[in-house]
Design a protein around this ligand. Sequence first.
Ligand code: HEM
Length: 486
Amino acid sequence: MTQHYITSQNGAPVADDQNSLSAGERGPLLLQDFHLIEKLAHFNRERIPERVVHAKGTGVYGTFTLTNDISRYTIADHFNGVGKQTEVFVRFSTVGGEMGSADAERDPRGFAVRFYTTRGNHDIVGNNTPTFFLRDGIKFPDFIHTQKRNPHTNLKDPQAMWDFWALNPEAMHQVTVLMSDRGIPANYRQMHGYGSHTYSFWNAKGERFWVKFHFKSEQGIANLTEEQAAKMKGIDPDHAQRDMVAAISDGHFPRWKLQVQIMPEADANHYRINPFDLTKVWPHQDYPLIEVGVMELNRLPQNYFAEVEQAAFAPSNMVPGVGASPDKMLQARLFAYADAQRYRVGANYNQLLVNCPHATTANHHQRAGAMAGTQCPYHHSQTGADSSANYGPNSSANSLQDATEFREPPLRLEGEAARYSRYDQDDYTQAGNLYRLFSEAEKARLVSNICGTLSQVSRDVQLQMVAHFTKADADYGARVMAALAK
Ligand code: HEM
């Protein structure tokens, strides 16, 4: 019955896990108590750096079922063959807070979906909003600095936040979303998800399409008001995690419909909206939603740290049939995630159970590095077809071959290499359109939410923001100005 004994890491039974080895009853302790030393030393190493953004999150596994074959747009295996099921892992998160921060913050919610497909892992690392604050990734570190703590006071800093938005009007659309009712989802089940960026699809004929992903909640939408959220943060800072654990444990499996908007490649040259500008949506009347499938979440991870904290989602995790687009934000993200994960989790993070492919094997010539091994039970990820060959091509019968049938169609590029201005690209039309869609009550709450923090900042920043709101819609600006005067 040795399997019930407590052991050291080397598997040796430990005779006493409750009392340190001491010289005499009153101590001191002996260096030879290696079990005590191992226990303390491992404890000191229990934390890894939290994610630099999206640190607080909830992970769940599930299944994606294809209800509409879209092989006319993409060869991606998980989008071909009605009825096909693909395992998924999803992580929901808030953006600006630390690992222990409250779930009820006014903040976008991360909505990261991984499909474990037969041709590798496909990640859609999106948010609960179809747009973002920026249109160029070079601004991301500046922006996040204004959302995190002030380096001097270590407090959240409304002055920095609004000063940044005042000087970067491209944020107007997303600021309007964030300050609206949708700025605080009631939980992770009752919100939509969006890939947000424009990605690309390509089909067997080599035709390319631009694509946007939408996950529509079948639970409907529910939000918290500022007052409800303030209470919730005190009563239960983990309310969204608790809600998800309860739903899955009770068998109330949440579902989202996956839909796509598809734009033929050539349309991008003449569409009135820059389709690669992340601050803008494609109106549905121009590019209607096309059904693809249903995602159901139904299984909680066994080990939160191993599977959720060490999960490494990346927009660069794409599969044949799915590609990037010229979107400057997406381009920056294609670099940022894997780089962050090599630092946060380690060079071999893709060998971990949650990160390795589940429905295929990873075969390559990358070898060794910290913690290199065979952790992934789905396959021995560094062995490839022949574990002795760490170069390619090689003359062995098992030499790994290029998968030439999955060659992405070439993309024609033109233009001169330069740093093109982010400014003056119509920052206001879609923000104003969204404002005009709101009911009277929604407008009143929007203005009140804005003034909750805008009232705490300097007058010059307030006036710059009022000027931006006015450019989006004169009534929007006038109401914010009047509310600030109170
Ligand atoms: C997490 C960078 C924009 C959604 C992260 C992480 C980094 C990062 C470094 C942490 C990754 C990790 O340690 O595992 C950036 C940069 C951006 C950007 C440089 C702009 C250029 C966006 C946008 C979205 C987004 C536009 C949504 C549309 C997410 C999500 C996570 C995340 C959902 C958490 C993934 C998870 O659950 O593990 N981002 N990000 N990010 N980002 Fe971004």
